[in-house]
Design a protein around this ligand. Sequence first.
Ligand code: HEC
Ligand code: HEC
Length: 395
Amino acid sequence: MNKGKYFFLSMLFLLVLASCKNKDGVEIEYDYYPKEDYQMMSQYLEIPEVPFTYENRFPDYYSTFPRTYDRDLATLGRVLFYDKNLSDDRTISCASCHKQEIAFSDDRALSDGVNGRKTARNSLALGSVFNFQEYYGSAIIGRIPFFWDNRAASVQEQSRATLGNPDEMNMEMHEVLARVQDLPYYEPLFKMAYGNGPQNENEVLDAIGVFVNSLGSFNSRYDQEVDKYMEQNGSLANIENASLSGFNAQENMGRELFVANCSSCHGNIEQAAPTPGLIQANNGLQVEYEDDGVANFEPGSQNVAMFKVPTLRNVALTGPYMHNGSLATLEDVIEHYSNSIAPHPNLSAELKTPTGQPKQMNFDQEEKEALIAFLKTYTDDEFLTDERYADPFKQ
Ligand code: HEC
Ligand code: HEC
């Protein structure tokens, strides 16, 4: 669907809303949900009388493609995402390890799961799931990969794995469904989404999937600047070499260093993988890894110690960093790339010298600070407080 169509649909939606005023211009209650249902749900939840729309306006520089934004599915998914009843001991929800105020990441190296257990890896920020198709390109590998080792092919598969993981939520899908069927607020939410009460496991996973796929962070200063560049120049041609007019000298210097040293893996413009298929790499974090990464689920593969190349949207907020959370701050990350890249046998070519040694970027203090200043332009404050993504439960 193109933008014109979205615009048309939103106008239609406004028209429907507008028609709900009576002749004196007094707002008439718009009965989206049956009244008793809404009152009952309101004992537990703060959800709007008319669901939010989850359609997002992209920056103009983004390529667009069809997405599912169904607001009833997203609303249901939002409630499921924040519901602690979906975990074994009812203490953990998805949001326990994916906190909105830090771009849906966690602020600890390993997260706390049910029954006092800890996750095996660092929680991934979800501020970019919406951008995954641009970032990783579903066409390349026929799927959009999830997790540090890219083992899940869809967000539904990812949620099933998380719910079932003994360190995370420790629930079989049939147990999840039984809990959902017991909680009164799900009946009307499922009816709106599917035309019936909760009946099967895939409905639960699909709704979570629509919500997670709607998490869209694309209004950082970086996005605004790229948009402006495109407006002023008619295209993105030569943007790698240009100074962005709204950035200060330090941020532009950081961007230049990033383009020279980092964007070969982390992408430049749309933060899209620059080389088709470059979804995983080894960045020389350690000489010996405890975690085999992609090779864990591809037995015998060459991909030992290869991990997802994560998107860097909102990266200033998402520490600790790396699959094991071993680098606490952005300063530590820059230090790592500057002169601590380890000579792992699978170290990716982008981080090697022509003779095969780990690169020594040797950034000086000014350059380190500039890189960090640039990385901070990826922060999207609006996303962190967007009420459509917030906890709907009454405390
Ligand atoms: C106990 C903490 C915890 C809970 C609860 C949790 N997650 Fe996660 N999440 C993680 C960790 C850790 C990872 C990375 C795991 C890995 O790569 O093996 C992750 C990864 C993900 C990813 C992959 C992102 C990417 O970039 O590949 C998605 C999507 C996600 N979680 C969504 C969810 C959803 C939806 C729920 C609820 C059904 C949930 N998580 C519950 C900790 C958690
Ligand atoms: C060879 C490709 C490659 C290059 C070049 C590269 N990275 Fe990375 N980067 C990765 C991979 C792979 C990971 C995840 C590694 C892991 O967890 O073991 C990563 C992780 C990160 C993270 C952690 C993100 C998170 O959410 O935990 C940051 C920050 C980062 N890189 C910044 C940079 C910067 C800045 C540069 C340039 C100085 C750079 N990278 C160059 C591949 C690369």
